[in-house]
Structure formats: structure tokens, C-alpha cells
Design a protein. Structure first.
Length: 120
């Protein structure tokens, strides 16, 4: 069974890598150019994949991008299937995530703390 989990992890990373490239080619104006894939969770039978996406422009823009991705899901799955040659292309579920925005907020706070204590 150890080989199966290795295969699952490898396929998850392949899907994540290819989706990052495919998202740059989605023509829907709702999909932000600053959209990033945070995480991908592929089910054990490889038929479903939850894709967590985040946008630096904020949570509202991330939600709009998810709407655009849902409408372009057919194109995205077709591209994914032609690039990875999987027996069955997983059904994709895009989920808005605010981790990039939260990370930028934390970084800004840390920069403020550092600049307010220059002697240390």
C-alpha cells in the first residue's frame, strides 16, 4: 500500500503544477492574474480534487476568481487530461482561501515591528 500513497502524492503534485500553468490561460475576466494554488487534495480513488486558491488582492477577488474557475471547469479539466494522460481526470472543486492575504498582513505587521525597534 505504500506505493499507492506515493502515487497519490505524486499525482497531487502533478495536478497542482499543471493547474498553476492552466490558470494563466483561462480567459474569464473574473479570474485574477495574481491567483495562486495554495493546496490540492486528491481523493484516494483519484476521482475528486479540492483545489484551494488564494489571491493577493483579497478574499472578495478570490471569491470572484472561484466563480470564473467554476464556469471554466470544462476547459480546465480538458487541458489537465491532455497534459497528464490520466485514466480518469478528477472532478475539480475550487475553494477560496485567504492564506496569501493573511500572510501579507502578517508580513506587514512584522515589518512595522522591526522598523519601530531599529536598535535591535
Amino acid at each position: 500500500m505504500a506505493g499507492y500513497s506515493h502515487k497519490l502524492g505524486r499525482n497531487t503534485e502533478d495536478i497542482k503544477r499543471e493547474l498553476a500553468d492552466i490558470l494563466r490561460h483561462v480567459k474569464d475576466p473574473r479570474v485574477s492574474g495574481l491567483l495562486s494554488i495554495v493546496k490540492a487534495d486528491l481523493s484516494g480513488d483519484m476521482s475528486y480534487c479540492k483545489v484551494y486558491v488564494s489571491c493577493l488582492e483579497g478574499m472578495e477577488q478570490t471569491r470572484e476568481s472561484v466563480k470564473g474557475l467554476k464556469s471554466a471547469q470544462g476547459f480546465i479539466r480538458k487541458e489537465l487530461g491532455s497534459r497528464l494522460h490520466l485514466r480518469k481526470v478528477p472532478e475539480l472543486q475550487f475553494i477560496a482561501d485567504d492564506s496569501i492575504e493573511a500572510g501579507a498582513r502578517i508580513s506587514k505587521i512584522l515589518d512595522e515591528v522591526v522598523s519601530s525597534h531599529p536598535e535591535e
